[in-house]
Design a protein around this ligand. Structure first.
Ligand code: NAI
Ligand code: PYR
Length: 310
């Protein structure tokens, strides 16, 4: 599958690198306002390709994305230390007004995969601007937060994060909701596994993991200016399930008819993803605290999305 990437900065180039390393895409086209940057990123990544795959990686313009199955949008501004994702909204909405029409003209059949922040509201905006059905406009949503949750839980339980089945729901951002009540390890509920393993998940452990997941981006941005390897791998993972029609369950964002009592809102729940985009939403069983928090997260996202004209 050919993949176009609009925005060849840290996130776009990391996604291209992860895609090339996994050998998922036959061709990757990097497009950026800064053509020299796109060219340099493409050359650098293409020099890694002979070690692992046969992916053609090149810089180009929108027209070069013709025939792409997926277009990743990672263009726009990113957070400065201490800045929230929501503070990027006005600037990145303007970027999307500029790029969505050009993408549709070049690759009308492509699925859109949104990474730019605030990703849930950018997914809503991309859906409105494109006029595409919501199933074809996928926000990376909480795929990264879910990976962070599984990583920290796995570390606490001393097992592989791939054997932890737990999801972060709602906003990719400060109001996100960690799904503790339905978390599983293998086929065993989290608390039961923790007890059997002698690694209890106490209130103190929960608070520490919650802070670690919710605060990860702020901590990394303070330390090195940006986050990109995690989301790069997450975006490649989403492209893989689309390219191979794998129907994996991933927590991603999409305009959803109804979520925790809020209608027509873009936020994350686990969803089945295949070649045509989102195939099915999974409605998780939540406890009362989680349901209230998810309602608040979805309500905030909907109100903010409504404030942005397209
Ligand atoms: N969804 C997620 O989990 C994550 C999202 N992000 C978000 O991804 C976005 C990109 O972050 P970085 O790559 O670190 O930023 P960056 O500044 O390294 O790259 C952004 C690129 O977009 C380009 N650009 C800006 N306007 C453009 C336009 N109209 N057309 C084409 N290219 C344009 C810039 O020239 C720049 O190269 C940010 O909004 C950031 O907050 C970052 C990490 C995780
Ligand atoms: C920057 C961002 O959204 C993240 O790393 O979660």
């Amino acid at each position: 599958m050919k993949v176009g990437i609009i925005g060849a900065g840290m996130v776009g180039s990391s996604a291209a690198y992860a895609l090339a390393m996994l050998g998922i895409a036959s061709e990757i086209v990097l497009v950026d306002n800064n053509a020299d940057l796109a060219q340099a990123q493409a050359e650098d990544i293409s020099h890694a390709v002979p070690f692992v795959s046969a992916t053609v990686v090149r810089a180009g313009d929108y027209d070069d994305c013709a025939g792409a199955g997926v277009i990743i949008i990672s263009a726009g501004v990113s957070q400065k230390p201490g800045e929230t994702r929501l503070e990027l909204l006005g600037r990145n909405a303007e970027v999307f007004r500029n790029v969505i029409g050009r993408i549709l003209q070049a690759a009308p059949q492509a699925l859109l995969l949104i990474a730019s922040n605030p990703v849930d509201i950018m997914t809503d905006i991309a859906t409105r601007l494109s006029g595409l059905p919501p199933q074809r406009v996928i926000g990376s949503g909480t795929i990264l937060d879910t990976a962070r949750f599984r990583s920290l839980l796995g570390r606490h339980l001393q097992i592989s994060p791939q054997s932890v089945h737990a999801y972060v729901l709602g906003e990719h951002g400060d109001s996100e909701v960690l799904g503790w009540s339905n978390a599983m390890v293998g086929a065993v509920p989290l608390q039961s596994f923790a007890q059997q393993a002698g690694r209890p998940v106490t209130d103190e452990v929960r608070l520490k993991i919650d802070a670690g997941v919710r605060g990860a981006a702020y901590k990394i941005i303070k330390g090195k200016g940006a986050t990109y390897y995690g989301i790069g791998a997450g975006l490649a993972r989403i492209v893989k399930t689309i390219a191979r029609d794998q129907r994996d369950v991933l927590s991603v964002s999409s305009v959803t008819k109804e979520l925790a009592g809020v209608t027509d809102v873009a936020a994350s729940v686990p969803r089945v993803i295949g070649a045509e985009g989102i195939v099915m939403d999974l409605v998780p069983d939540l406890d009362e605290t989680e349901r209230i928090a998810l309602n608040a997260s979805a309500r905030m996202l909907k109100d903010l999305a409504l404030s942005v004209p397209c």
